[in-house]
Design a protein around this ligand. Sequence first.
Ligand code: NDP
Ligand code: ZN
Length: 374
Amino acid sequence: MKAIAVRPGAGSPEVVDQPVPEPAPGEALVRICRVGIDGTDYEVIEGSHGGVPDGDDRLILGHEAVGVVEDANGTALEHGQYVVPTVRRPPAGVETNDYFERGEPDMAPEGEYVERGIVGAHGFMAEYITSPYDCLVPISAELAPWGFLVEPISITEKAIEHARATRSAFDWRPESALVLGTGSLGLLTVAMFAETLDYERIYCLGRTDRPHPTIDIVERLGATYIDSRETPVSEIAGAYEPMDVVYEATGYAKHAFESIDALAPNGVAALLGVPTDWSFEVDGGRLHRDLVLHNKALVGSVNSNRRHFERAVDTLSSLPDWVLESVVTGVHGLEAVDRAFPEATARVAAAGRASTAASDDDTTIKTAVEFTGI
Ligand code: NDP
Ligand code: ZN
């Protein structure tokens, strides 16, 4: 069968031949339909995040998948059922650990998990995969064409759950929310804020000139676009309003600290970005004081568990078609893999000339690879 793999740091993925995997007891064989691509995949391709499985020199990519059960292999699943796989698994050679047993592998520390398609385990960009049946979340045939969005939506389900939990000790009534980043995670989050949460005013920060499809999506969702080149995050509270919720999805490390300035008293910022090392100066005393004297909270959040995936399936069903059709700018077959990964080429080119890896393909928002039609 065909699969898409990368040697980390090679700069671009390649199509490789692999044997079809055999399901072990308790696993099902899944025929993969579509696999989404996001910023994490590009970080893995660049070699700045993730890693190959032990003893291997390349990694099969892909952590945002939807497929159909080909062989239920005696598990509770049914042949023909569409499913979305979760991402974390116990480390190689370990059957389970406390985090997996509790259904909370997303809370496992490094070393207690691998992530399929990201770190230590092959991913889902292959014609067939095997997976423990309880890591496969059912989705209806109707939603299946968009099923590769369940994983990124689940990331926000978890982050918002954790952000709300930090505010659960008092009568918190958030009205304003700011999303940092107009990548696919940022835009899906603006859509979730607008369609499924009742924030009265939503803002989204990007760094793109008008006209641009990402700004069109933000504004059609009723949110206000803020250009970080005109209004840095640290000035948003004064220029617009202090925010009850900030959701950082830029991976731009200064935003973690500037979010404290953007927050209203009693507000919470969820940090999602995964920056590389970067030293810079902040006024630590002022930020520390602001956090304490205004009951502010910062919460980091990574990955998601089955419960978040199940909630994400519901959320996906409530997002309007136009949002999905606008965010997903291309679904490409194996014969057009380069078109599915437009940023890989652009980032390699950009690496030689600038510290920021802006895409040369300015209209691509999110792409997916299609292995078999739905
Ligand atoms: P993208 O790279 O597609 O999006 C990042 C966006 O942030 C881009 O639109 C980029 O703009 C924008 N951005 C970066 N710096 C700035 C700035 N200074 N001002 C304004 N905008 C800026 O990534 P994703 O949407 O896929 O993911 C977002 C982040 O979340 C990434 O860091 C990713 O690693 C992380 N992530 C974390 C997960 C978790 O579990 N914690 C899960 C998935 C992703 P431009 O287009 O101009 O570069
Ligand atoms: Zn992802």
